[in-house]
Every structure is written in C-alpha cells, then in structure tokens.
Design a protein around this ligand. Structure first.
Ligand code: SAM
Length: 215
C-alpha cells in the first residue's frame, strides 16, 4: 500500500517561502555576489531604459545592482513573499524604484512588452512537458520581437537537484532546441558560456548560460 504520509517535494510557493524564511543567504546554495555573468551581459546589450524582468529573482542582488547602474524599468517577480519582502527591506527607500510582483511567473501579465527576460536557476525546475510549455507561453507572450532571453540553468554535468527539488539540465543546444519547439519564433544565440558557480559553502556547480535574441 502506498505511504500517504510520504512528502514528495515539489516546485511550489510554500516550498520556496519556507526556504527563504528559514535561511540566510549563506545557507542558499545558489547565492552569488554582485559580479555575475548576467550583469556583465546585460550591461553589454541593454540600454538603461530597457524594461528588464528578473523572474524567480528571490533575494538576488542583480536588480539592486542594475538600479545602482542607472536602470529605470526593473521588475522583480517571485512567488515567495518572504524573499521579496526581505530584498525590499534591504534596499530601504530605493525599493520603490523597482516593481515588485509576488506571483506565479507563469501567470504574470506585465501589461507592457519586455526587453529582457532574466532567469537564473528557475526554468530548470520545469521538469515535465506541460510546465515547460507553460513557461514558453509566458516567455513568448511577454518578450517583444528583438528582445532578449538571458537564462542560466544547471549544465548537463551540474547537480540533479536544487533545494531538494529535481531539475532538468541543459547545454546551449538543448536550450535552443526547447526554444525552437515553440512554433513560429526564431531565437538567435548571442552569447553562451559554461559558468562555474561556487556556493557559499564552497561547492562547485556548473551552469549553462545563454543569451538569445528573439528574431
Ligand atoms: C534557486 S532560486 C533562484 C533565485 C534567483 N534567480 C537567483 O539566482 O538567486 C529559484 C527561485 O525561483 C522562484 N520560483 C520558482 N518557480 C516560480 C514560479 N513559478 N513563479 C515565481 N517564482 C518562482 C523561487 O521562489 C526561487 O526564488
């Protein structure tokens, strides 16, 4: 007989909210400092007036760093209220210069076209075809033609899990293949790199980064 009490972890709001509420940044394996590859690439391709969304942004310092660099149209989307509020608190009055959305990124409707959609360590939690397709729907609904998708997933030789949840791992070609499976849209690879992330407790994890432009 099946054990009904067995808890199968899944990628949901409650899981992430508890994770952030119970851990300082030093206890979150994905935490990174402000000098990220994402920052470098965004500075290279996106002018300061670009509308940039960081989906599943958590407590990442990417948007606060872009704010310091003069970016004016920044949106933070994460379904963890705990992560959103603690990042807002850390910014003080500057928090009002970022738009904060506590919602499922798959449901979110920005109401304006997005110039650059940033996702670090979020898409790879979509492990079944249905949720991958929902993600692709959201991406294509919101990123304008000529806009960018900057994504970082665990690389093929990266960990099989993150935060106790299974992930799907990618290389440049397999991300492009997933994008290509969405009919009628052409994505052009602009930058690609494998990036060694070192977690706060010293564990190395390979990420696949890809910056693609919507044709
Ligand atoms: C591993 S963390 C990465 C956080 C951040 N991107 C970074 O690099 O520091 C994954 C994040 O994705 C968020 N997330 C996952 N699925 C989501 C969804 N469907 N809608 C909104 N946020 C989501 C989680 O709450 C969590 O903050």
């Amino acid at each position: 007989m099946a054990d009904d009490n067995r808890r199968v972890p899944s990628n949901n709001q409650a899981h992430w909210d508890a994770r952030y509420a119970n851990s300082a940044d030093a206890g979150l394996s994905w935490s990174e400092g402000p000098d990220s590859l994402s920052l470098k690439w965004i500075l290279e391709v996106a002018p300061e007036a670009s509308s940039i969304v960081d989906v599943g942004a958590g407590r990442s310092t990417l948007l606060p760093t872009l704010l310091t660099r003069g970016y004016t149209q920044l949106t933070h989307v994460d379904w963890s209220e705990s992560a959103s509020l603690s990042l807002q608190r850390s910014l003080g009055y500057r928090a009002t210069r970022i738009k904060w959305v506590v919602d499922d990124l798959l449901e979110w409707q920005p109401g304006h076209p997005i110039d650059l959609w940033h996702d670090r360590a979020v898409f790879h939690f979509q492990v079944d075809l249905e949720s991958i397709n929902s993600y692709l729907e959201a991406l294509h609904r919101n990123v304008r033609q000529g806009g960018y998708f900057l994504i970082a997933t665990f690389h093929l030789d990266g960990p099989k899990e993150c935060s106790g949840l299974p992930v799907k791992r990618y290389c440049e070609n397999s991300i492009l293949a997933v994008l290509g499976s969405y009919s009628g849209v052409n994505w052009i690879a602009v930058r690609s790199a494998i990036w060694k992330h070192v977690s706060p407790d010293g564990i190395e994890q390979n990420f696949q980064y890809l910056l693609a432009k919507r044709g």
